[in-house]
Design a protein around this ligand. Structure first.
Ligand SMILES: [Zn+2]
Length: 91
């Protein structure tokens, strides 16, 4: 027996094609943190993220002590934001 196609499939696929890129994929937790943080915290976080001599592990451990667990993988992915293997946060 052939499964019946949902009537709205074509429209739903079209909607996926037209969806803004920012809404694809899971939310980056580092980006979410930057958005939610106070201005001074966000500024410090941006600075440390741009300081390549600071390891992603150290940043992840520090952030995790103050809120939800953040992994070094997520920090590294955020550092590569905008690149194909990075998160979708804006540069
Ligand atoms: Zn990000």
């Amino acid at each position: 027996m052939i499964e019946k196609q949902p009537i709205g499939l074509a429209q739903e696929l079209d909607a996926l094609t037209g969806a803004p890129a920012a809404h694809r994929g899971p939310r980056c937790s580092v980006g979410a943190l930057l958005e939610a943080a106070d201005a001074d915290v966000a500024a410090s976080l941006r600075t440390v993220l741009d300081t390549t001599s600071v390891s992603a592990t150290a940043i992840a451990e520090t952030l995790s002590r103050y809120g939800d667990a953040v992994t070094a993988y997520t920090v590294n992915r955020h550092r590569r934001r905008g690149k194909p293997n990075g998160c979708r946060c804006e540069r």
